[in-house]
Design a protein around this ligand. Structure first.
Ligand SMILES: Nc1ncnc2c1ncn2[C@@H]1O[C@H](COP(=O)(O)OP(=O)(O)OP(=O)(O)O)[C@@H](O)[C@H]1O
Length: 586
């Protein structure tokens, strides 16, 4: 196995040496690979990692190519000014299109990408100043001071400089605060909202980044070929970009270059071969690509990167235990009211899941919310955390009416939660899952992260996560994948992530489910310690021994209504509660 850095260095050196040893046609072909890699890099972020399918990326390549083409030929501007305007226009188009279409769920989003991909393509072919279907000729080469990028070799080096820098930017980004938000997108809006991330904004930002990468490719393409027409920007070419992403391995940054190399080389080989076999080589080429797509979907959904990664040794980055700590919030004094639930009602159509329930939670206490299945406990949690809106009544958290606040705004006030059905990213490490919980306590944005200027803050966030893992007893497995933990331990991992928010109120939905006796005892000891340190805890749990020995106060719900409220001993003896539980508490 080769260390990852040596492998990457070898690949870069091979790219640098290629023009010296390879025939000119291969250099040109590899320039095309570099350009395509940029588009595919955007697709890796957007589709492979973010889970949003786009059949319209070629249109963004076209917007940039036509912008720089027109500015440099019709107005005689410098290609560098062309770059600025090309990227600005692609980013603005992506922002506008994304703002309208990214809220569409399921297959409506990919369908809409086909729609705008087609519209933009037809626009290119019908606008007189853009040369209609004949396109634009005589686009000038890029120059930089005395250097002209007229020759294929010079252009090759320029393209690969941009491609490698963009790859590095994306790698840095994915290992950062916003990159984690992007990697959590597939975990869903509830998971993201619970740790203060904004699903729509994250989707929109990655959509714009993918657009900008396609724009950069378009600018390079226009000044490399020095002629553009609508054909390379149609939906068919967008599908080829998707094929490249899937061939490489859609969730791996390096997969962009691997996939682009393979598909561009195969396409070139087919273009040489097919004219000997048929009178209609273009159509047969489409058939060959369609077949390849089907075979990849059937047999190698993760693409080629898993094979490449088998050759590479990747060590997890150790946590810097010397890094400083993240700022902590001031907790309310013991006894202050943290949560007020007042006559809260939630209806689902005709069903009243929560019916005029009222209770308070004070700072520094552990309150248990119990009741038989279907009593409305999880719904109550969802109302408190903003996952659901109340039908009537009020919820106040730290004195603030939360009815108009989003889930992430409530999380930002200091309300952290775990879920009845665990919401983690199984393919991310325990540490990465927990670092996600520090999102609201850190600030680095996309540019800072991509340029790796976020390291000090990032190390603090990682140390915070390690400390939370230590607190829940999972530090030794920090670099294992979350999906490798048994379900009970995954619940404990969710607690570590919630603690990373530095909350005032911790809301736990069945945290002891799936734990063994010793693990339950350790969890109870941890929760008591957290309470003694000033944290307020609200817990739903079916294990009555666990609850009764842990909590200070209990609220009992039955059929959506509050049945009783009191200390554990009183509640345990209450005949109405015993009846509701069919004797289970006796
Ligand atoms: N999104 C929803 N749409 C329709 N009905 C719902 C929805 N969520 C919950 N319910 C219904 O509301 C009632 C209360 O459900 P809830 O999950 O809050 O109960 P619970 O006390 O948490 O139960 P359990 O202990 O089994 O998790 C149930 O009848 C449930 O079917």
């Amino acid at each position: 196995m080769i260390p990852a850095r040596s492998f990457a260095l070898f690949a870069v050196l091979a790219l640098l040496a290629l023009p010296a040893v390879a025939p000119p046609f291969l250099v040109t072909l590899m320039s095309h690979v570099g350009v395509s890699s940029l588009v595919v890099l955007g697709l890796v972020l957007l589709t492979g990692i973010g889970g949003m399918m786009s059949f319209g990326q070629a249109a963004f390549v076209g917007i940039a190519a036509y912008t720089t083409g027109w500015l440099t030929t019709a107005l005689g501007w410098s290609p560098w000014l062309g770059l600025v305007f090309a990227l600005a226009l692609t980013a603005a188009s992506a922002l506008a299109i994304g703002a309208i279409t990214l809220r569409l769920g399921g297959h409506f989003l990919p369908l809409s990408t086909i729609a705008w991909g087609l519209s933009i393509y037809y626009l290119f072919g019908n606008l007189e100043p853009l040369g209609r279907h004949s396109g634009m000729l005589n686009i000038p080469p890029i120059t930089l001071g005395p250097v002209s990028f007229m020759s294929q070799t010079a252009m090759y080096y320029l393209i690969w400089t941009f491609t490698l820098l963009a790859t590095l930017f994306c790698l840095n980004l994915l290992d950062s605060r916003e990159g984690r938000a992007l990697r959590l997108l597939r975990g869903g809006a509830h998971l993201m909202g619970s740790i203060g991330m904004d699903t729509f904004r994250t989707r929109l930002r990655v959509f714009v980044i993918a657009g900008i990468l396609a724009g950069l490719a378009g600018w390079l393409y226009a000044h490399m070929t020095r002629f553009i027409s609508p054909a390379p920007f149609e939906v068919k070419i967008s599908i080829e970009y998707l094929l490249m992403a899937m061939t490489g391995g859609a969730s791996q940054v390096a997969g962009a270059t691997v996939g682009a190399s393979l598909i561009v080389l195969i396409k070139n080989w087919l273009q040489d071969l097919l004219p000997h076999l048929t009178d209609n080589p273009a159509q047969l080429e489409q058939v060959a690509f369609a077949l390849m797509l089907i075979l990849i979907l059937r047999f190698a959904r993760s693409g080629l990167m898993p094979l490449v990664l088998k050759l590479v040794k990747r060590m997890p980055r150790p946590v810097d235990v010397q890094a400083g700590l993240l700022p902590k919030r001031r907790l309310p004094a013991t006894g202050e009211t943290v949560l007020e639930v007042d006559a809260v009602e939630r209806r689902f159509g005709g069903l009243v899941a929560v019916n005029k329930v009222s209770f308070n939670v004070k700072a520094g206490e552990i309150v248990g919310l119990i009741g038989p299945n279907g009593a409305g406990k999880s719904t109550m949690f969802n109302l408190i955390t903003g996952t659901l809106s109340v039908s009537s009544g009020t919820v106040r958290f730290l004195g603030k009416d939360t009815r108009r606040l989003s889930q992430r705004q409530i999380a930002a006030l200091g309300c952290a939660r775990t879920f009845q059905h665990v919401k983690l990213r199984p393919a991310m490490s325990l540490l990465d899952n927990v670092v996600g919980g520090t999102y609201l306590r850190t600030q680095a944005g996309y540019i800072k992260s991509g340029l790796k200027l976020d390291r000090e803050e990032e190390e603090r966030a990682r140390l915070e996560a390690l400390m939370r893992l230590e607190q829940v007893g999972l530090a030794e497995r920090a670099h294992d994948l979350a999906g490798d933990l048994p379900l009970g331990q995954q619940r404990v991992l969710e607690i570590a992530r919630a603690l990373a928010l530095d909350p005032v109120l911790l809301i736990l939905d069945e945290p002891a489910a799936g734990l063994r006796k010793k693990e339950k005892d350790a969890l109870a000891a941890l929760l008591r310690k957290l309470r003694d340190d000033g944290l307020t805890i609200l817990i739903v749990e079916h294990d009555m021994d666990f609850v009764m020995n842990l909590v200070d106060r209990i609220v009992v719900m039955v059929f959506g209504q509050k049945l009783r409220e009191g200390d554990p001993t009183t509640i345990r003896r209450d005949p109405a509660v015993q009846e509701a539980y069919l004797g289970g508490l006796a």
